[in-house]
Design a protein around this ligand. Structure first.
Ligand code: PLP
Length: 424
């Protein structure tokens, strides 16, 4: 039984019995395509500001987007290692190399800060929606934003994104970090003027502490990773961007050329938002899978039991500890689990050892260095071919596998070396 396997930390697959055809699922959903367009338009308004505030985004006209590339040598290496022949081609969506914070959190986290700033600036009368948003880099705006505070609970990467973005705009920002957050992330944030609070507990507790601290301050906006629609929609814009990258490479997507997308999942907002966007764009021609560490398998647990956020991995005797920082979450977002119930094709778990090994293999074959979390998705392509439960997905000769590489771009070299050596 799945639950027993999860308890015993066995790598597991779960095919979603509640999956529906897109139109039926979309009809009943509280969010839709128009919401993604709204978020996309907001990011376009901010592009002029990004060009000034983060010059590294100027080459892409102020649009924060990541590379998309084929990884054929990795495909060969996995075929050899696991003794399978994968159909189709294997691609990497490199959110690991997103500007600002080097992880998928540069989508949702940054977006929610921008929306908060835009609302304040418009309400103050200092900004009009048709203005050139580069004016937001002027001192009068940082003065305005300095009256407001932003708080967030994080295992690391969300804190980095929100901390960096908020501090740049001029907000007072506090990041409540769980025990497993890396020292270098805390150091980097402090160097940018971010207040970092440290807790001995896990992610859920850091979020709870952050929420309590924020509630006592009426000028403070708490970014709620577990429930925020704004964060979720910020992530979903990735789908529009990916569509363009696929078009540019002339990659066909239809029923005979399906997309299979493997997304590392922590609390669920990032992968959920991206998957939601992909379903809106590609409908029944895309199949999305959440990938989690065996020791922090909160989403597969919540979805397969139907209990969503009413059950934690600790409830079944698992500690939630993993080398995969961004995925060290014991309780999934109930909002994301419920919303994604008819859209997601399946979930699977992967061991820390396998993530490390895939990390080293990717480095050796493609010279791409990612953090362990980002490798959780890599194994999906193998499962789509070799695992009975997922076998129907990888059977078409012309499928396109997309591994969503969620982080790693800002990991210091000495830390990356340790990851790599562990993998070897
Ligand atoms: C946060 C994170 C994820 C997962 O995002 P959630 O919204 O927590 O599900 C995956 N990979 C990395 C590297 C992350 O930082």
């Amino acid at each position: 039984m799945l639950l027993d396997d999860l308890k015993q930390l066995k790598e597991s697959c779960w095919k979603n019995p509640n999956y529906m055809d897109f139109n039926t699922a979309a009809e009943a959903c509280e969010l839709g395509f128009a919401d993604i367009i709204d978020a996309s338009n907001r990011l376009k308004r901010f592009a002029a500001y990004f060009k000034v505030a983060f010059p590294e985004t100027a080459a892409a006209d102020g649009i924060v987007e990541s590379p998309f590339r084929e990884i054929p040598h990795m495909k060969e290496a996995m075929e050899r290692e696991y003794g399978v022949a994968l159909n189709g081609r294997l691609y990497l969506k490199m959110d690991s190399h997103l500007p600002i914070s080097g992880s998928i959190k540069a989508r949702g986290g940054v977006y929610e800060v921008l929306k908060f700033a835009e609302d304040i600036a418009i309400k103050s009368g200092m900004l009009n929606i048709d203005d050139d948003y580069s004016i937001l880099a002027e001192e009068r705006f940082s003065k305005l934003f300095s009256q407001y505070a932003i708080a967030v609970g994080s295992t690391g990467n969300l804190g980095l994104s929100i901390g960096i973005m908020s501090a740049k705009l001029g907000f007072k920002v506090t990041v409540h970090m769980s025990a497993d957050a890396r020292q270098w992330k805390k150091d980097m944030l402090r160097s940018k003027g971010v207040c970092v609070m440290e807790y001995e507990s896990d992610y859920s507790e850091a979020v709870r502490q952050g929420r309590i601290a924020a509630e006592s301050d009426p000028m403070c906006h708490f970014i709620d990773d577990e429930n925020s629609r704004t964060l979720f929609l910020g992530y979903s814009v990735a789908a529009l961007r990916l569509k363009k990258q696929l078009d540019d490479l002339k990659i066909t997507v239809d029923s005979q050329h399906p997309l299979l997308v493997y997304l590392p999942c922590g609390v669920g907002g990032g992968p959920g938002g991206v998957a939601f966007g992909l379903k809106q764009v590609f409908k029944d021609d895309v199949h999305c899978f959440f990938a989690e560490p065996t020791n922090a398998c909160c989403m597969i647990l919540g979805m397969s039991t139907g209990k969503h956020s009413d059950i934690s991995v600790q409830d079944i005797g698992i500690d939630g500890r993993t080398v995969a920082d961004g995925l060290a979450v014991g309780r999934a977002s109930g909002f994301v689990g419920r919303l994604m119930e008819p859209f997601i094709s399946g979930c699977y778990t992967i061991s820390d050892v396998r993530m490390h090994r895939l990390l080293a293999t990717l480095a050796d074959t493609e010279n791409i260095y990612l953090e362990p979390s980002a490798l959780a998705g890599m194994y999906g392509a193998v499962l789509a071919k070799s695992n009975g439960e997922f076998a129907e997905y990888g059977k078409l000769e012309n499928c396109t596998h997309i591994v969503w590489a969620t982080g790693g771009g800002m990991v210091p070299e000495n830390e990356m070396r340790k990851y790599y050596l562990a993998g070897k």
